[in-house]
Design a binder for this molecule. Structure first.
Ligand code: G6P
Length: 463
């Protein structure tokens, strides 16, 4: 029966995923990607929290079968079809698209019978979490439910265990009311009602919190019906961890390789993302191409280091986007490259140590998402960069609220404007770049992950 945890965290993706070697049968654990895991990982098993997450692939399922688990983690072996439908069909194809405003509305979305069937899987998936949490939680425990995958779980859990203190945290933006109402009314009401089952609904920025409140008014009528409190906690970078990790031997090794790929004495424009539709990698490449066109003096003198790690490859639209990133990068390299200079160094194989190496070498960090809950890369690069860096930042990233004053701010759709900002970044006088980096670092580390987490727990207790 119950392990009676006092603090529980619930999220779709857990701190590790397992890969199964078919031949040897060996399971290898690897750190999960994305902002949510980066933020929550700092908590670690020592905090005495239980992290409930879902098995995501065959390796995870095998780990659940064998009873292999990291300390402080319970992985749920939810039926593979139910999980795939809830995760790919609803969470990533509908809710992610809504909150990031990614639909091309003349054709999509069209909510018919197929969607209704997917929604039933989403409910089943949320119920599995609610039941596991109800089983594991001690009397009066605090449960922090994370993100859009689990929007229904707070209400379900509340019904099973009225004694618990429940928080919900959104790591994404929240859609404006007019856009949110693309959803069928009953589904919109269920989603909001699910989150309002929590005592507190929290967001990364004031902008997303306000959008949520507006959606409640538009869909459910004036006032937040359950009396759920709304909060804002802007997750920051973990400076101590990042700086220490960025000076380990494997990062140094990758820096040597990267220096060779870039070439002696050249400047770098660095970006690190999942190949995620909302990250706007292609327009970033187009802006870089415009920079080379309009400022030919940068040819041979700058390299765009772009790491775009595979993400959500079960979805065709993500596979197509990944191919497009590769195609545009190749096109730039064949149009402008010379025997001694590769204008775009694109890597698609996930490698955290190499990402840190790129952070250290960055002269300019390009973070230009169409829309983003926060974007931790914008906060991590200034902290880690060896010589200070200029941040070119989209005004649609949550990080803009905290870093906007010291970044060069761009409209993510404005390719020419982004090219201009890149030129400005590359020509910024060293003392100004140093000053800005100092202020960016201070703002980026204001709420480190452990503090961010503790603040949420404290706020849950407050009247
Ligand atoms: C974002 C979401 C997280 C998610 C991450 C990676 O940061 O807010 O909930 O875990 O992306 O996406 P994935 O689908 O690979 O878990």
């Amino acid at each position: 029966m119950a392990s009676a945890a006092q603090i529980l965290v619930a999220s779709n993706r857990g701190p590790v995923t397992y890969t199964l070697d078919e031949k040897s049968g060996e399971l290898t654990a690897k750190r999960g990607g994305g902002g949510l895991v980066s933020g929550l990982s700092a908590i670690g098993p020592d905090a005495g929290a239980l992290w409930v997450c879902s098995a995501l692939g065959d390796g995870d399922r095998e780990a659940v079968r064998r009873g292999v688990a990291e300390p402080g983690v319970r992985m749920l072996g939810i039926d593979a079809d139910v999980h795939a439908t809830a995760y790919n069909g609803v969470a990533n194809s509908v809710l992610w698209f809504l909150h990031h405003m990614l639909y091309q509305t003349p054709l999509e979305p069209a909510f018919g019978a197929e969607f209704r069937a997917q929604w039933a899987a989403y409910e089943t998936y949320n119920r599995a979490f609610a039941e596991a949490l109800a089983e594991e939680a001690a009397e009066g425990a605090a449960v922090l439910v994370q993100d859009y995958h689990l929007a229904l779980a707070p209400r379900m859990l509340r019904e099973l265990r009225p004694d618990l203190r429940i928080g919900h945290f959104s790591h994404t933006p929240w859609a404006p009311a007019e856009y949110f109402r693309l959803l069928p009314d009953d589904i919109a009401a269920q989603l909001l009602g699910g989150i309002l089952g929590a005592d507190r609904a929290a967001f990364l920025t004031r902008r997303w919190a306000d959008a949520f409140t507006e959606c409640c008014h538009a869909v459910l009528g004036p006032g937040i019906p359950s009396g759920t409190r709304i909060g804002v906690h802007g997750l920051g970078a973990d400076a101590d961890f990042l700086r220490a990790r960025a000076h380990e031997a494997d990062v140094e090794e990758r820096m040597a390789v990267l220096r060779q790929e870039v070439g002696e004495g050249r400047r770098t424009i660095v970006r690190v993302d999942r190949t995620e539709l909302s990250k706007n990698i292609v327009r970033g490449l187009l802006a870089y191409r415009e920079l080379l066109d309009t400022h030919p003096e940068w040819r041979e003198r700058v390299v765009h280091v772009a790491f775009a790690y595979p993400s959500r490859q079960d979805l065709a639209v993500y596979r197509e986007y990944t191919a497009e990133v590769q195609r545009v990068a190749d096109e730039i390299n064949s149009a402008y490259g010379t025997p001694g200079w590769t204008p775009v160094v694109l890597h698609v194989k996930d490698d955290f140590a190499r990402s840190l190496a790129a952070y250290r070498l960055a002269d300019v960090a390009l973070v230009n998402p169409i829309r983003d809950g926060m974007n931790l890369v914008a906060k991590e690069v200034p902290v880690v960069s060896d010589e200070g860096c200029v941040l070119v930042l989209s005004r649609e990233a949550g990080a803009y609220e905290e870093l906007g004053e010291d970044a060069l701010v761009v409209n993510p759709y404005d390719v020419t404007g982004t090219a201009t900002a890149l030129h400005e970044a590359l020509t910024m006088p060293p003392h100004e770049r140093a000053e800005r980096t100092k202020r960016l670092t201070a703002a980026a580390t204001a709420l480190p992950p452990t503090q961010w987490f503790l603040d949420q727990l404290r706020a849950l207790d407050a009247p």
